[in-house]
Design a protein around this ligand. Structure first.
Ligand SMILES: Cc1cc2nc3c(=O)[nH]c(=O)nc-3n(C[C@H](O)[C@H](O)[C@H](O)COP(=O)(O)OP(=O)(O)OC[C@H]3O[C@@H](n4cnc5c(N)ncnc54)[C@H](O)[C@@H]3O)c2cc1C
Ligand SMILES: Cc1ncc(C[n+]2csc(CCOP(=O)(O)OP(=O)(O)O)c2C)c(N)n1
Ligand SMILES: [Mg+2]
Length: 575
C-alpha cells in the first residue's frame, strides 16, 4: 500500500525520537491514529480531555528536555488543547501539537466544527501552519519540530483529515541530525567588565532560576568566590537549592523572608537564568546585573545596569578564573543565619497537631510526603496552596523533579502533568499534589490512570475551598465569596475509577496512609482533610494598619506570622 501523508508524519516523529502522542481521537485524526495503530515504536496515550494531553506533553518535555507531542481533532478537539499549550509555551518546553482540521474543500464555508487553528494557536506558539497539500509534508512538520526545539516552546501543525489520508509525495524524513547544542558566551571584553564589577563588590546576592539547570557546580563555586547568598526563583528550585551551602531560599510571595532580605540588602544583585516576574521584590538601589541566554530577557523584570548574553554553564566557566576571592563574609553569614531562622519558622508550622481531624496542617502533609517520597520522585503541584506547600516543604536533591504551572498559573495542572511524567518514566514514583478544586476541574482523567496503568499517587489537599483565592480576597480586604466547595468523597470516586482510595482522618494517620499509598503497586488517591485557613492574618494586625503595605501584607499573610509584617513594613519605610 502506498505511504499516506499520515504515515510519513508518524515516520518523522519516530525518527526524531518521539515515543508517544497524547490526545483524544476523532474523525479528522483517523489517518494519524490508524498509522500509529500498526506500529510498535510509538504509542497513543488516550486521555479524556485534550487539555490534559497538552499538559502531559509539557511535563514529558520538561522532564526529558526533548520534544513531546499532543494532538486534538478538528474544531473543539484541538481547542481543548489551548490552555495546556499556553502552559507549555510559557514554560518554554518543546511541544508539538497536531491540530487536525476539517476537510480541506470545506475550509472557509463555516462547515461543521470549523475553526481556524492558525489564528487560535498563534499566541501560544512560535510556529503555527496549515499543511494544506501532501507535498508540504514532511517539510512543514520538520520546521515546526525544529522551531519548538530550538526556540523552546510550542509549534502547531494543522492538517485536514483528508490531506493526512492522501498519498504522500515524499517518501522519508528530510532532516537527519542530532539536536544542536551550541554554547553561548559573552565576549572576552564583556567577561572582563563582569569580573571587574563582581571583584569590586562586597555584598553580592545571586538570584538564580531555571536557566541554572546543569550548572549547579559552577553556581556553587561562583557563590563561594563571591561569598554570595543564592536566592532562587520557583522554577530554579529543583536545580539550585540542593547541596548548596549558599542557599537562602526562594523569594516572592511564597518565598522565605531570608530570600527577600538577601536581595534587598545587597549592593550588587546578579540574576542568572531567571525570569522571576515580581518587580516589587527587586532592590531599588543595588546595581543589577543579569545573565541570560536570551537577549530579549535582559531588563524585562527590573531596572538593569549590566546585561550579558550567555548560557549559565559556559558563562560561569569562563568567568570563574577571572574572579578574586571576596574576603567580606558578613553579608553571606547574616543571610544564611536568617535563612536558618526562616526555615525553622516554617518547619514549626509542619507539626502534626492534635489527633483532631479538623486540625491536619497541610504543611505537615507536605513535609511527611517529602520525607517518604523516593529520592528520584517527580512531584507535580496544583496552582493554589499546593504550590505553596511544594515550594516550602519539598526538598530537592538533584534527582527529584518538580513540575507546576508556574508561569501560566493554570489550575488543574497537577494530575495531567503527573500523567505525562508517569507515561514517560513508568518506573519512577510520580506524586500529584492536588487541590480539591484543581482535581475536580479535570477529574475525568482519573480514568486515564487505569486506562494506561499509570501508578500515579494523588494526594488531595481537601480544604473544601478554593483556598488560595480566599486568601487573596482576605489580603485584598474583601469578604471572601464563591470559594466554597461542596466536595464529594474523593476516595469513592477513586475506587469507582479503579484506583486505591484512602483517607487520613487524623494527623497520626497521615504518615501510615501516605506510606500505604506510596507503596501501592498501582494508581492511588489519598484524600486528606486539611485546615482551610492555614495562612490567616494575625489577629493583632488590622487590614487598615496593613493597607499601606500592599504586597508586604500579602507576604505576611502567606507567611502566616504576625511578626513578619512588622519587619517588612520597617524595611519598606526605611527606603
Ligand atoms: C500561585 C503561584 C505563586 C507563585 N509564587 C512565586 C513566588 O513566590 N516566588 C517565585 O519565585 N515564583 C513564584 N511563582 C512562579 C513564578 O510565576 C515564575 O514562574 C518563577 O518565579 C520563574 O522561575 P525562573 O525564573 O526560575 O524560571 P523561568 O521563568 O523559566 O526563567 C528562566 C530564565 O532562564 C533563561 N535560561 C534558560 N536556559 C538558560 C541557560 N542555559 N542559560 C542562561 N539562561 C537560561 C530563560 O531565558 C529565562 O529567562 C508562583 C507561581 C504560582 C502559580
Ligand atoms: C483555570 C484557572 N481558573 C481559575 C484560577 C484562579 N485560581 C487560582 S488558585 C485557585 C484555587 C485553587 O483551588 P484548589 O485547587 O482547591 O487549591 P487550594 O488553593 O484550595 O489549595 C483559583 C480558582 C486559575 N489560576 N486557573
Ligand atoms: Mg482547595
Amino acid at each position: 500500500m502506498a505511504k499516506r501523508v499520515a504515515d510519513l508524519l508518524v515516520d518523522v516523529l519516530v525518527e526524531a525520537g518521539v515515543q508517544r502522542i497524547y490526545g483524544v481521537s476523532g474523525d479528522s485524526l483517523n489517518g494519524i491514529t490508524d498509522s500509529i495503530r500498526t506500529r510498535r515504536d510509538i504509542q497513543w496515550v488516550h486521555v479524556r480531555h485534550e487539555e490534559v494531553a497538552a499538559f502531559a506533553a509539557g511535563a514529558e518535555a520538561h522532564l526529558t528536555g526533548k520534544l513531546a507531542v499532543c494532538a486534538g481533532s478538528c474544531g473543539p478537539g484541538n481547542m481543548h488543547l489551548i490552555n495546556g499549550l499556553y502552559d507549555c509555551h510559557r514554560s518554554r518546553v518543546p511541544v508539538l501539537a497536531i491540530a487536525a482540521q476539517i476537510p480541506s474543500p470545506e475550509i472557509g464555508s463555516g462547515y461543521f466544527q470549523e475553526t481556524h487553528p492558525t489564528h487560535l494557536f498563534a499566541e501560544c506558539s512560535h510556529y503555527c501552519e496549515l499543511a494544506s497539500q501532501p507535498s508540504q509534508m514532511p517539510r512543514v512538520l520538520e520546521i515546526a519540530m525544529q522551531t519548538a526545539i530550538s526556540k523552546r516552546g510550542v509549534s502547531v501543525v494543522a492538517i485536514p483529515g483528508d490531506v493526512a489520508l492522501r498519498d504522500a509525495v515524499h517518501e522519508t524524513p528530510r532532516v537527519h541530525f542530532t539536536e544542536a547544542k551550541p554554547t553561548v558566551c559573552p565576549s572576552e571584553e564583556e567577561l572582563n567588565i563582569l569580573a571587574d564589577l563582581l571583584n569590586r563588590s562586597e555584598r553580592v546576592t545571586i538570584l538564580g532560576g531555571a536557566g541554572c539547570a546543569g550548572a549547579h557546580d559552577e553556581l556553587v563555586e561562583l557563590a563561594g568566590k563571591l561569598q554570595a547568598p543564592v536566592v532562587h526563583a520557583m522554577r530554579g528550585k529543583e536545580f539550585i537549592e540542593y547541596d548548596n551551602p549558599f542557599d537562602v531560599g526562594m523569594t516572592g510571595l511564597l518565598g522565605f523572608s531570608s530570600g527577600y532580605y538577601a536581595m534587598m540588602n545587597c549592593d550588587l544583585l546578579l540574576m542568572i537564568g531567571t525570569d522571576f516576574p515580581y518587580q516589587q521584590f527587586f532592590p531599588h538601589d543595588a546595581t543589577i546585573v543579569q545573565i541570560d541566554v536570551r537577549g530579549e530577557q535582559l531588563g524585562r523584570r527590573s531596572k538593569l545596569d549590566f546585561g550579558f548574553i550567555g548560557d549559565t554553564k559556559t558563562t560561569l566557566r569562563a568567568l570563574l578564573p577571572k574572579l578574586k576571592q571576596n574576603a567580606y563574609e558578613s553579608h553571606l553569614k547574616r543571610s544564611v543565619a536568617h535563612y536558618q531562622d526562616a526555615r525553622k519558622g516554617l518547619d514549626d508550622f509542619a507539626m502534626g497537631g492534635e489527633s483532631n481531624k479538623k486540625l491536619i496542617h497541610p504543611q505537615y502533609v507536605a513535609s511527611v510526603l517529602n520525607r517518604l517520597a523516593s529520592q528520584d520522585a517527580v512531584f507535580t503541584c496544583d496552582v493554589g496552596t499546593p504550590t505553596v506547600w511544594a515550594a516550602r516543604y519539598l526538598r530537592m536533591n538533584g534527582k527529584r523533579r518538580i513540575i507546576g504551572s508556574f508561569t501560566h498559573g493554570s489550575m488543574a495542572n497537577a494530575l495531567p502533568q503527573a500523567i505525562g511524567a508517569q507515561a514517560s518514566y513508568p518506573g519512577r514514583q510520580v506524586i500529584s499534589m492536588s487541590g480539591d478544586g484543581g482535581l475536580s476541574m479535570l477529574l475525568g482523567d482519573l480514568l486515564t490512570l487505569r486506562q494506561h496503568e499509570l501508578p500515579v499517587k494523588i494526594v488531595v489537599f481537601k480544604n473544601e475551598s478554593l483556598a488560595f483565592v480566599e486568601l487573596e480576597m482576605k489580603a485584598a480586604g474583601i469578604l471572601d465569596f464563591s470559594t466554597d466547595l461542596r466536595n464529594p468523597d474523593f476516595t469513592k470516586i477513586a475506587e469507582g475509577a479503579g484506583l486505591l482510595g484512602l483517607r487520613a482522618e487524623t494527623s497520626d494517620q497521615v504518615e501510615p496512609m501516605l506510606a500505604r499509598a506510596l507503596n501501592y503497586d498501582g494508581p492511588a488517591l489519598i484524600e486528606i482533610p486539611v485546615s482551610r485557613q492555614e495562612l490567616s492574618m494575625p489577629p493583632t494586625i488590622t487590614y487598615e494598619q496593613a493597607k499601606g503595605f500592599g504586597l508586604f501584607m500579602l507576604k505576611a499573610v502567606l507567611n502566616g506570622r504576625g511578626d513578619e509584617i512588622v519587619d517588612l513594613a520597617k524595611v519598606n519605610l526605611v527606603r
